[in-house]
Write a protein that binds this ligand. Structure first.
Ligand SMILES: Cc1cc2nc3c(=O)[nH]c(=O)nc-3n(C[C@H](O)[C@H](O)[C@H](O)COP(=O)(O)OP(=O)(O)OC[C@H]3O[C@@H](n4cnc5c(N)ncnc54)[C@H](O)[C@@H]3O)c2cc1C
Length: 479
């Protein structure tokens, strides 16, 4: 069953470090042609707009609210209604109950990554997770902050009586090579000595838990888990509305005129005037002219089967339906839903010139590759069909680390970006921080290394495309 683990070159625990290493190339290329890099956004404006969500998770999204149909004044305007925007709205109304908080969403709540993802609910951040970094105390503090948020999600679901299928029976990070497995055993020991209960699993333990022999070992996090992303969006939408936020869907912000009071113009031509702007546009921010330097939209592909027969699932030997991803730089991730649908995502990603969206031919190829990988991991499913397949943009930063902070001449534009494929849980931690930044509680977060920083500089086109393509080519040559 599956391909055997190999003794290939070490590249240990590269989890979500997709663009790391492109930094030098990017800086060199852009630095060499400084003028062109600076002019590029004006010569090559990005195509505005967002693509519709065709994922399976989107079937569980709540009916969309009406679009904004007139010009309004608000106290706080949030652009984007994924986990970040909706959770920020919820926390803002809790912190500043008298303020008018409006959320403007181009298509519908959960249109972006929030209802297209791999459903893995993970502590920590993309750059720190499963690493024993040099600053053990800081790592532990970030781990505790994000772990506490998983508890918050569960409590919110219980309070609102909504089932987002949150299941924290653990998640695994499967390791392809023997070198990776050896290093992971050491990492697990270090993490456990720091009080973070990560377990190392041998190849036999992986086979017993996941039912595949494709991996040389794994790291198991008993605190992580999975959920239904579409239902989590529904949960956050209800929470934000119950807290008193107004949500307008089908309302794309086309431009922002910055000032002490910003003027946002929608695609329909209505205006929203607000002294505070929160950018929760994730991978689409650059299309609105923001945060282009901090993250690039890297497209990842996913698919899901129809419900499998109970006997077919039992035959896989995938105990406790434990979600997992693997140690490829272009990683795969798999999970089983409560109604026995198997979902798989990842593999080759795409960056399209000038932050574009992939077409159906590329997506078709990538979904075909997912089918082949599923057959490799679980040969008994070689002929199973997909019920839905989709693509989603990841806001990938060069160092896989997120950022949250404040911008603008009047320090009244707040942003969160760069989750780098590790945001199902982290987004609502950052939603809470965004509320604190608006509400004047910045000091509480000074310890956080992601506050008011931006990741290493990503250049404009054509350097952006060249450096990311070069990085992807290098990864593929190595792996
Ligand atoms: C394929 C895939 C798999 C992933 N798997 C995992 C995983 O297993 N675990 C994990 O932790 N993380 C995962 N992630 C990452 C996680 O899903 C994201 O970090 C998270 O959902 C980001 O939420 P967000 O609210 O910041 O952004 P989004 O959910 O992308 O929301 C941004 C919203 O802004 C709207 N918008 C954009 N521009 C405008 C505009 N001009 N006007 C109005 N609205 C606008 C969009 O329509 C969108 O709804 C994955 C991501 C992808 C794409």
């Amino acid at each position: 069953m599956g391909s055997a683990p190999t003794d290939r070159a070490p590249g240990v625990l590269r989890r979500r470090q997709l663009l790391t290493g492109a930094a030098t190339a990017a800086a060199g290329l852009a630095g060499g042609s400084f003028a062109l890099n600076a002019l590029a956004p004006r010569i090559l404006p990005e195509t505005p707009g967002v693509d519709p969500n065709t994922s399976y998770w989107a079937r569980a999204l709540p009916a969309p609210n009406a679009a904004l149909a007139t010009s309004i004044d608000a106290d706080i305007a949030i652009v984007g209604a994924g986990f970040t925007g909706l959770s920020a709205a919820f926390y803002l109304r809790g912190l500043l109950p008298g303020r008018r908080v409006v959320v403007l969403e181009a298509l519908r709540c959960g249109n972006g990554a929030s209802a297209r993802n791999g459903a893995m609910l993970l502590p920590s951040t993309g750059d720190r997770y499963l690493h024993a970094g040099e600053d053990a105390a800081l790592d532990a503090r970030i781990d505790a902050l994000t772990l506490e948020n998983i508890g918050r999600l569960k409590r919110l679901a219980a309070t609102l009586g909504m089932d987002a299928e949150i299941d924290t029976r653990g998640a695994a990070h499967a390791l392809l090579t023997l070198d990776e497995a050896r290093e992971a055993e050491d990492t697990a020991l270090k993490l456990r000595n720091r009080g973070i209960p990560i377990e190392y699993w041998s190849r036999e333990q992986v086979r017993a838990a996941l039912g595949t022999t494709a991996y040389a070992g794994a790291l198991h996090d008993p605190r992580a888990g999975q959920l239904h992303p579409g239902k989590l969006v529904a949960l956050w939408k209800l929470a934000a509305e119950r807290a008193g936020a107004e949500i307008y869907e089908g309302t794309r912000v086309e431009s922002v005129e910055e000032g002490r009071v910003h003027v946002l113009t929608t695609a329909r031509g209505d205006r929203v005037r607000a002294p505070v702007l929160v950018l929760a546009t994730n991978a689409y921010g650059s299309r609105l002219g923001y945060l282009r330097r901090a993250a690039a939209p890297v497209w990842s592909y996913a698919a899901i089967t129809a419900p499998l027969e109970e006997a077919d699932v039992a035959a896989l030997g995938w105990r406790a339906a434990l979600p997992f991803d693997d140690s490829r730089t272009e990683l795969y991730y798999l999970g089983l839903t409560r109604d026995r649908r198997l979902h798989i995502g990842g593999g080759k990603v795409d960056y399209l010139f000038n932050d574009g969206t992939p077409g159906s031919v590329t997506a078709g190829e990538r979904h075909g590759a997912l089918k082949a990988m599923l057959a490799e991991l679980y040969p008994s499913l070689a002929s199973v069909a997909f019920d839905a397949q989709w693509a989603g943009a990841v806001d990938m930063s060069l160092d896989a680390s997120p950022s949250v902070g404040t911008l603008g001449a009047h320090r009244n534009i707040h942003y969160a970006i760069g989750y780098s494929g590790h945001g199902v849980n982290l987004t609502s931690v950052f939603g809470r921080i965004l509320a604190d930044l608006v509400g004047g509680n910045r000091d509480e977060w000074r310890w956080l290394p992601y506050l008011d920083r931006l990741p290493p500089y990503l250049p404009n086109e054509p350097f952006r495309w060249l450096s990311i393509r070069a990085r992807l080519a290098a990864i593929r040559a190595l792996e």
